[in-house]
Design a binder for this molecule. Structure first.
Ligand code: NAD
Length: 369
């Protein structure tokens, strides 16, 4: 009918606007070097959720390239050459309430045909950093890349080599794996973030003094020095530090790494493949890779909610910033049965904490995070 066609046209227009707002925010967010997205995460999440809702109600209006079906990030940029991941990198499905965590858990138990109390999950904090993959060949770090669009990322090997907690060589007892892609997060510890901004403020004070001295002189040829922008948060600082053209600049920022998954794997002949997520974490630890000290195993709703509550209370006492909690079905064979969408694994769910008004210790201004 005409009414239906008009309504669809209006909805399609709404979706075009939402998609372009999301794409623009993604561009600013993932490709930032020393800038930041003008859009808060909470605002981004609202747009994203609105688009997901519209697409769920009107599946015939969904585009294949919708941001709800793609992993955000640039595949190739001028500064870094492209790297194609051996195995695709995924994002996580965000949920925003305890009820939605339970809906997800119910889908898992129904699909797997098991009782909730019998289904082992890992509970992990969601590190607010930059997703990367490290490739080790015969135990030696040969490549580090950003997630990019999930298929292709940027080659940041030289910069990642400056990170102290990333081993150049795996410490295996037997033969090292032929190939392993280690997935994880590069982050700036909260203390280091404060220090980087403190140094920038010091430098700005020096620049302001030089600029003032310059102003007192007759018009010379020297130009005023621009002031350095301060980083809005540790994630923004980590992203900017990782994506420097000069690895010496990256080396000055004490970035750190935490592994939270694996991609392509070819173990040495005869080596047993871990059959759960938590056994993978043990193996990665054995190899000398940092794994989160906050990881736990949980069963059932109460344990999931206790874990969420524990880190809601201690969110700011950790080594790094977190923006939520991730639950993963622990068994690798169950993970394989559940599979992935084009964007996310079905076997994981990321609960996002509600946005909070924070007063940053350093800047003494209110910012929305
Ligand atoms: P995401 O950051 O919400 O989650 C996916 C990522 O979480 C994974 O790629 C992984 O690297 C990381 N992660 C951290 N801890 C993990 C753990 N323990 N296990 C597994 N993975 C873990 O998803 P995304 O698609 O990268 O980005 C979406 C989010 O980024 C938005 O919800 C928003 O908060 C933010 N964003 C903000 C803007 C903006 O303009 N403000 C723009 C784009 C994205």
């Amino acid at each position: 009918t005409l009414h239906r066609r008009l309504r669809h046209a209006a909805l399609r227009a709404d979706m075009v606007v939402l998609r372009s707002q999301i794409e623009r925010a993604r561009h600013a967010y993932y490709d930032a070097v020393d800038t930041q997205s003008p859009v808060s995460d909470a605002q981004y999440d609202r747009w994203y959720r609105a688009l997901e809702d519209l697409e769920a109600r009107y599946p015939d209006l969904v585009l294949a390239q919708s941001p709800t079906r793609t992993v955000g990030g640039e595949a190739a940029t001028e500064a870094f050459s492209p790297v194609t991941h051996r195995e695709r990198m995924y994002s996580l499905q965000d949920v925003f309430s305890l009820e939605e965590v339970e809906e997800w858990a119910q889908r898992m138990t129904a699909d797997l045909g098991v009782e909730d109390a019998q289904l082992t999950m890992t509970a992990e904090v969601k590190i607010d950093g930059v997703a990367v993959t490290l490739t080790y060949e015969h135990g030696v770090l040969t490549r580090a890349a950003t997630r990019g669009d999930g298929v292709t990322g940027e080659d940041v090997t030289a910069n990642v080599r400056t990170i102290a907690t990333v081993p150049q060589r795996l410490t295996t007892t037997g033969a090292p794996p032929r190939v392993v892609e280690v997935r994880g997060e590069i982050y700036l510890p909260v203390e280091a973030f404060t220090e980087v901004n403190r140094r920038r403020m010091e430098e700005n004070t020096a620049r302001e003094a030089r600029n003032a001295a310059l102003q007192a002189q007759p018009q010379g040829s020297r130009r005023k020095e621009a002031l350095l922008p301060l980083f809005a948060n540790p994630r923004n600082a980590a992203a900017g530090s990782l994506r420097q053209k000069d690895p010496a600049v990256t080396a000055e920022r004490p970035l750190a790494f935490i592994a939270h998954g694996v991609g392509a794997i070819e173990l040495a002949e005869g080596a047993p493949l871990p059959d759960s997520q938590h056994e993978w974490y043990s193996l990665l630890t054995e190899w000398g890779l940092p794994v989160s000290p906050y990881n736990a195993l949980v069963h059932g709703r109460t344990e999931r909610e206790d874990y969420i509550a524990r880190y809601a209370d201690h969110r700011h006492d950790l080594l790094h910033e977190i923006d939520g909690i991730v639950f993963k079905v622990d068994s690798r064979s169950q993970q394989a049965r559940l599979g992935h969408t084009s964007r996310v694994p079905r076997w994981a769910s990321a609960y996002k904490y509600p946005p909070e008004e924070v007063r940053t210790r350093l800047l003494d201004i209110d910012v929305q995070v």
